[in-house]
Design a protein around this ligand. Structure first.
Ligand code: FMN
Length: 223
């Protein structure tokens, strides 16, 4: 079982959020997973240019580090997303990765994968940021088991508690993957999305040929 941890703070080794990610990956490793930490802030990943090529051909037109990252994500059984709160959102570095994933969303390529999310913030907005990462995973067809965050103003004890919670959730991520844990509310959202998005696929079938073939192959549309 492979679990990939994504860090996205520009502060590298000094990142508070990285402390949570390191602990979660240690927990996952203790529970038996093979783990890898990837810092997307150190990668060269350009903005999506909305060329639609991925929907047409299954390939991105931009040649940069994103394709190697996507390969790692597609090979993983679990993903740990992490980002500090930047202006009540994830960092631009992580958002850029999300924006490069329309093919993943259109074809639900994270189906069968599990995730958890981690954040730190100067203030109190923790759940909002965790929800951004968890919702992204659900949008991509995967499952989100939960998240851990820490408001830094609470001081070193709160950080220690969050580190320990992250370690435990990293272990639980491995358990969720092993037992193929079900999340009926997330599955219901994905089913509702698919029922609606079917009409976008059909309306764009001349342009989104790769998407259309994929949906046919999966039996999500007839013709
Ligand atoms: C550009 C920038 C924007 C930030 N925006 C917020 C914010 O909107 N809300 C908040 O609570 N903290 C905000 N912070 C504080 C960081 O979330 C906090 O310091 C975090 O722990 C940094 O994590 P890191 O060490 O992993 O980079 C911001 C920090 C920076 C540099």
């Amino acid at each position: 079982m492979k679990i990939v941890g994504i860090s996205s703070s520009p502060r590298g080794k000094n990142s508070n959020t990285l402390k949570l990610l390191d602990a979660a990956l240690e927990g996952a490793e203790e529970a038996g997973a093979e783990v890898e930490s990837i810092d997307v802030a150190k990668m060269k990943i350009k903005f999506c240019i909305a060329c639609d090529k991925c929907h047409k051909t299954g390939e991105c037109s931009i040649k940069d580090d994103f394709s190697a990252l996507l390969t790692k994500l597609l090979e993983a059984d679990g993903v740990i997303w992490s980002s500090p709160n930047y202006i009540t959102n994830v960092t631009a570095q992580l958002k850029t990765v999300f924006d490069r994933c329309p093919l993943v969303i259109h074809e639900q390529l994270f189906d069968g994968k599990y995730s958890m999310s981690l954040t730190t913030a100067g203030g109190n907005e923790i759940d909002f940021i965790l929800d951004i990462m968890n919702n992204f995973m659900i949008q991509c067809g995967g499952k989100a088991i939960g998240g851990v965050g820490c408001s830094m103003y609470l001081g070193p004890e709160a950080v220690e508690t969050a580190i320990e919670k992250s370690r435990e959730m990293g272990k639980d991520l491995v358990e969720a993957i092993k037992e193929k844990r079900q999340y009926p509310e997330q599955e219901a959202r994905q089913k509702a999305w698919k029922e609606g998005f079917k009409y976008s696929i059909l309306a764009n079938k001349e342009h989104w040929t790769h998407n259309c073939d994929y949906w046919m192959e999966k039996g999500w549309i007839k013709e």
